[in-house]
Design a protein around this ligand. Sequence first.
Ligand code: NCD
Length: 317
Amino acid sequence: MKRHLLSAADLDRDDALLVLDTAAELAQLTDRAVKKLPTLRGRTVVNLFFEDSTRTRISFEAAAKRLSADVINFSAKGSSVSKGESLKDTALTLEAMGADAVVIRHHASGAPHRLAHSGWIQGSVVNAGDGTHEHPTQSLLDAFTMRRHLAGGKGDLEGRKITIVGDVLHSRVARSNVLLLATLGAEVTLVAPPTLLPVGVETWPCATSYDFDAHLKDADAVMMLRVQRERMNAAFFPSAREYSRRYGLDARRMAQMPDHAIVMHPGPMNRGMEIAAEVADAPRSVIVEQVANGVSVRMAVLYLLLGGATLGDGTEA
Ligand code: NCD
């Protein structure tokens, strides 16, 4: 493993499988009455959130706490960032407090790279979502969830067909998923209107399509993406109704998926827009499970970046 986790591309196949296998071991803790391990006792994890978050932030907090780390939660709102303090000065403050790991979410693509490579801090940097760029731990929890349902919880995802649908242009989740799923051998098709596919997508290790209906019958998983209106500065589609009709997952479309196929969404969902409520709540929807798996996967990431101790199989991090 590298010292930082900035991109899903930082993980080769062995690293990715090590994170997933470690997460699977740690997931067994969740079923115990006492969910805590002493592994990161005395280490400090700072959650540095410059952008709103529900799932990712509480997930990292729960993960660090279950490993007995001290957790400092920092959000830009209500801090000196709103007085104009720079990323550099914020980083120097964290360094002065002895942060061993900094989990950062930032509206600017590349902010975690800046933090990791600036020399401002000594600890590990984990990207928890930077602008429209990457969200590697989301792709790990998605792969973990797919592996459980589609590969018996072991090995990689060789040959599995994953359809990712919607606002790819603004989605850091899509980019990280494409990279990690390619590493794990899955075949990804991105489905979106032409206006919501990024320039250069043809160089990504995946296929693209404008036709959702053509990619339902052979999908092992269909992952819906949120329409990110807060990042839209123009009209990317005629109307919400038109968008749902062509790119929304409703019961009729879900019925065309194979019986074993799962429905995924990173959250937060726009129910009735990219996903119908009855689909979000259907038995084959694993959306709530994705959130639960996020804690185990983030525990694995923090453990492997910071721990260095052994966990069961004697693997040195
Ligand atoms: C995503 C994000 O913030 O990138 N959500 C998440 O982390 N669970 C996706 C989104 O905001 O649509």
